[in-house]
Design a protein around this ligand. Sequence first.
Ligand code: LLP
Length: 426
Amino acid sequence: PGNVARSDDGALTVAGLDVRDIAAEFGTPVYVLDEDDLRSRCRDFQAAFPDEDVYYAGKAFLCRAVVRMIVEEGMFLDVCSGGELAVALAGGMPPERIGFHGNNKSVAELSRALDVGVGRIIVDSFHEIERLTALARERGVRPRVLIRVTVGVEAHTHEFIATAHEDQKFGFSLAGGAALTAALRVLDEDVLELRGLHSHIGSQIFDTSGFEVSARRVLALQAQIRDARGVELPELDLGGGFGIAYTSQDDPAAPNDLAKRLRKIVDSECAAERLVTPHLSIEPGRAIVGPAVFTLYEVGTVKDVDGIRTYVSVDGGMSDNIRTALYDASYSATLASRASAAGPMLARVVGKHCESGDIVVKDEFLPADVQPGDLVAVPGTGAYCRSMASNYNHVPRPGVVAVRNGRARLIVRPETEEDLLALDVG
Ligand code: LLP
């Protein structure tokens, strides 16, 4: 993150605080959040998109304290479950600034969303439209709705593929005509207010031309809706997915450049379709919180295996970061508790779980004298690590510490063995 440096004797510091002090006070493993870095990422997005709405995608990482930060930074919030909604409300996010996603929202979740008055519900299926219509009618309310459109753009990190169809569970297919049918159906329901279309093409995207294709397709649908019903939808959400640098090979676009590109695409498509440009919103998750966090681990064992590879085992693993095992994601690691004059050694940083795929960092050069008791930091773990953490092997999930101006405060406490046993009622 932005405020990481080295102390005079070579230990990592964050916002002026030595990681050895963090480990001593809070234990390891621990997620360390550089609060000012998170806030400056919010500000960069807000400054780049001043006339648009920036929804932080809470699935990347959510807890009460982070909701408060997001509120203070003037952001909106995207939630995709009743649980995320509950945290959002507990953190003081005004309900009208919340967008509610999900391909299978339950009656209870939709009811809660209507009762608290969330700002928008992004509908994802015909069953949901029916369900929402009935619930809104019962309550005498008129929720604002966006239609999630599947545009046939598959974005993968460094490339994208535009196809006619997209075979996946989310949204209404554009190619098959379901998206138009859904929009017309919502327009026909007097208890639903159709505000616009929504498209989200993937995650960890660097090639922004995928957004170009998706904006063009979704705005063509917008023009069809206008031609069919004479209404111009006032809003358009282009989703999230903006990539971050996990390794030195990754080169993400700055929010400013991203904003310019997206605006240009939307403006030119609207001109081509003779549409009034809708009010834009985006939903970055990873790009806000990902780089603002590193995980601090303690090394437990170092094992040279037949001269083939050195395994450095840390005190966490796939339960606090499943992304390496699940997506073959690339991370880096650095010796955090001291300087070392030893030469580099190619190492694999692994966890403590009973599974050989329990890898945190596939390949990294660590000093050859790395040893038990050393602290190792893995950067870029703010997004989809704590939020996807598990209790595999009954390993308690680590806590989250926010550091600012040389001071650390626990914002999510680490789990204990009592927590692990608390659900056992038999
Ligand atoms: N909006 C919608 C509708 C989404 O589905 C997502 C992510 C986002 C926004 C935020 O995307 P972001 O800006 O964070 O890329 N667990 C995977 C990522 C799953 C993303 C799901 N949807 C991973 O760890 O890479």
